[in-house]
Design a protein around this ligand. Structure first.
Ligand SMILES: NC(=O)c1ccc[n+]([C@@H]2O[C@H](COP(=O)([O-])OP(=O)(O)OC[C@H]3O[C@@H](n4cnc5c(N)ncnc54)[C@H](O)[C@@H]3O)[C@@H](O)[C@H]2O)c1
Length: 627
């Protein structure tokens, strides 16, 4: 038996990976942790002591060969073997290396990922003459796709049977073998398309041992979800390994704990005529009736509705003060927040005072943040006056102002006590503002409700029709309430609300707010659809439905020329949802459904995929990823 480190490896990297469905990227070159899988595995083999690797290429042989040949930093000698008959299956690719490996070698699948320690363990494993040692996972439940995995029957530490449909079975083949050249003979005898046919011949001859992966996690990257899972695991591992806390004797310690927080209820009232006649709706709760009420609005809304709205409340006896902030994002600056706070504090609020926002999403957001911070929280009521605010910004716990480096960087989660939605005031919005607000409504349809999406694609478009607007507002309020009920902090399925916002926020910020929020989100949704397609999560029809829907409602689908991809990625890194391991996005795997991998909705997106998706969102770039 030989127990010195194995110095050679065979890496079959010839397959197409049809199930991964990555347009334009052969499977060995999809990235994991920012590095193509094949290169990652070669480097890992080098770290384990392997000095020479034979890589068999087939599908898109030139690009795979080029990716390997151009690298001088792999730490081992790479010999590339082109195998025109790759489509016959994995066994044929392994056979293509016959004669090139004389002694023991590691057989490492190019589309698998292991940790360093596991590869090192296999490189040091003892292999009996003419035998083979397979790495197996004896916890099959951990394996995502057991149905198509290669199964293994064990007798102690011997593999006695191996195959895809095998039952009963004890373990799953984890794609890494320590082999001898007798494997080539066995494959010739077996004459099958599967590697397991050859391994079976050795197993039946009692020459196949097993090494268990134990607690270590490994991945077989066959589908888009597998790759996402592998990336999530890698990022988690890196996060966990980022620091090594000093472990020493611990002084006696006691942990005390408290848990607080009752659910917060928000009533959302939808009716026509609330803004001009708020009286019948009891906007201010009885407890606050004698406290100062602060109506925060912007210049435009104040001119249109301020006098009447405030007048009616005063006529009922409330002590109402009005504070007017700048229009649009100008209301959401630190300076504007400071000004607002000073105005209100100097006017003498009390602990039961109410902040009422009367305006669009910007007024909602700054008022909400103000209400959450004034006296560490006073009552908040929203009266949203734009389609955007009625469909989205007001039905939310997210209150925020902008920072110098991006949108909504300073904020809080804070529940409004009530939201009063008056669809009549939408009539004073211009067409661009209506289209803008519609973008968030389209987001809900695309990401959450297929039937709603179908209606939006079929219904005649008349943005000024009050019935159409009310239908849109009501459906969105319903959808948003459902999400708020389940996931107000948008950690899980609530990520629906983030759809289109990763790229959207960056584009909005980089346009100097020349693009409206909705226009930017429309572009962001287009980028997300292209990203999902490039990751193989969905088919081309998802991209098509985005294009059709957004164009139907006059929203942009292309990133403006002046905004570069590098600047977008850089701005995303300042986004509040960014983690140092890389970009994560809400993506769809089909119209009306958020893509979720093992319950995770924030999908890690490789930089190269994002760059290609952004390139696809340029005016004049090919609409189809196929072309
Ligand atoms: N917290 C959230 O969940 C959430 C969700 C979506 C959007 N937002 C935020 O909302 C903001 C965008 O909101 P918006 O699109 O309402 O823009 P906005 O608040 O900037 O308003 C746009 C313009 O419309 C005017 N306006 C408002 N109501 C009007 C009316 N009835 N008639 C005529 N003019 C009217 C305003 O004066 C302003 O000039 C962004 O800052 C975005 O980040 C937050």
């Amino acid at each position: 038996m030989a127990s010195t480190t194995i110095r050679e490896a065979l890496v079959p990297a010839a397959g197409r990976g049809a199930r991964l469905d990555r347009p334009g990227t052969p499977k060995p070159l999809v990235t994991l942790g920012g590095v193509p899988l094949l290169l990652r595995n070669l480097r890992q083999l080098a770290r384990a002591g392997v000095e020479r690797a034979v890589v068999v290429v087939g599908y898109e042989a030139d690009s795979v060969r080029c990716a390997v040949a151009c690298r001088r930093d792999l730490g081992l000698v790479v010999e590339v073997v082109e195998h025109p008959g790759w489509a016959a299956g994995l066994a044929s690719s392994v056979r293509a290396a016959r004669g090139l490996l004389q002694g023991r070698f590691l057989l490492a699948m190019a589309d698998h990922a292991w940790d360093d320690a596991t590869v090192r363990r296999m490189a040091a494993v003892e292999v009996e003459a003419g035998g083979i040692v397979g790495l197996v996972d004896a916890e099959p439940r951990r394996v995502r796709d057991r149905a198509s995995a290669v199964r293994v029957r064990l007798d102690g530490d011997r593999i006695v049977a191996i195959g895809r449909g095998l039952t009963p079975y004890h373990a799953i083949d984890a794609g890494l073998f320590a082999a001898t050249p007798e494997l080539f003979e066995a494959l010739a005898v077996a004459d099958g398309g599967e590697l397991s046919d050859g391994v079976r011949v050795l197993a039946e001859g009692g020459r196949c041992a097993a090494v268990r992966v134990g607690e270590a996690l490994w991945d077989d990257v066959d589908t888009p979800a597998d790759l996402v899972q592998a990336e999530l695991r890698l990022r988690r591992r890196r996060r966990g390994a980022a620091v090594s806390p000093e472990v020493g004797p611990r002084p006696p310690a006691t942990t005390y704990r408290f848990t607080t927080g009752a659910p917060a209820r928000t009533d959302v009232v939808v009716a026509r005529g609330i803004v001009r006649g708020p009286a019948p709706f009891r906007m201010i709760c009885a407890d606050s009736a004698s406290s100062p009420v602060f109506v925060v609005t912007d210049g435009t809304v104040d001119r249109l509705y301020g006098e009447r709205f405030v007048g009616r409340l005063r006529a009922q006896g409330y002590d109402v003060r009005r504070v007017v902030v700048a229009d649009g994002e100008g209301a959401k600056t630190l300076a504007s927040y400071g000004y607002l706070m000073e105005q209100i504090v100097s006017a003498g609020p009390d602990a039961l005072s109410v902040v009422v926002s009367l305006g669009g999403g910007a007024v909602c957001n700054v008022s909400g943040f103000l209400a959450s911070t004034l006296f560490r929280g006073v009552t908040l009521v929203h009266v949203p006056t734009t389609l955007m605010a009625q469909c989205d910004a007001a039905i939310s716990h997210k209150q925020a102002i902008n920072g110098a480096r991006g949108k909504n960087l300073v904020g809080s989660y804070y529940a409004p006590q009530a939201v009063f939605v008056d669809v009549q005031v939408l009539q004073s919005l211009d067409d661009r503002q209506l289209r803008d607000g519609l973008a968030e409504a389209l987001k809900h349809a695309l990401a959450q409700d297929r039937a709603y999406l179908r209606s939006l694609l079929e219904r005649p478009v008349d943005l000024r029709d009050p019935d159409f607007l009310e239908w849109v507002v009501r459906r969105n309020v319903e959808l948003k309430c459902q999400l708020m009920q389940r996931d107000p902090k948008e950690l899980g399925e609530g990520m629906v609300l983030q759809y289109g916002h990763t790229v959207g926020h960056a584009v909005e910020h980089l346009s100097g707010y020349g693009l409206t929020h909705g226009e930017a989100v429309a572009i962001g949704m287009m980028a997300a659809a292209r990203t999902a397609r490039l990751m193989g999560a969905c088919g081309e029809e998802l991209v098509d439905v985005h294009t059709r829907l957004l164009e139907r409602y006059g929203l942009p689908t292309a990133i403006p020329d002046g905004i570069g991809a590098d600047a977008i990625v850089d701005t995303i890194r300042s986004d509040k949802r960014y983690l140092v391991e890389g970009v994560r996005m809400a993506l769809l795997d089909r119209p009306g459904r958020l893509w979720s991998v093992d319950g995770e909705h924030a999908i890690p997106v490789p930089d190269d995929v994002l760059a290609r998706a952004l390139a696809g969102c340029r005016a004049g770039s090919a609409r189809s990823l196929r072309s």
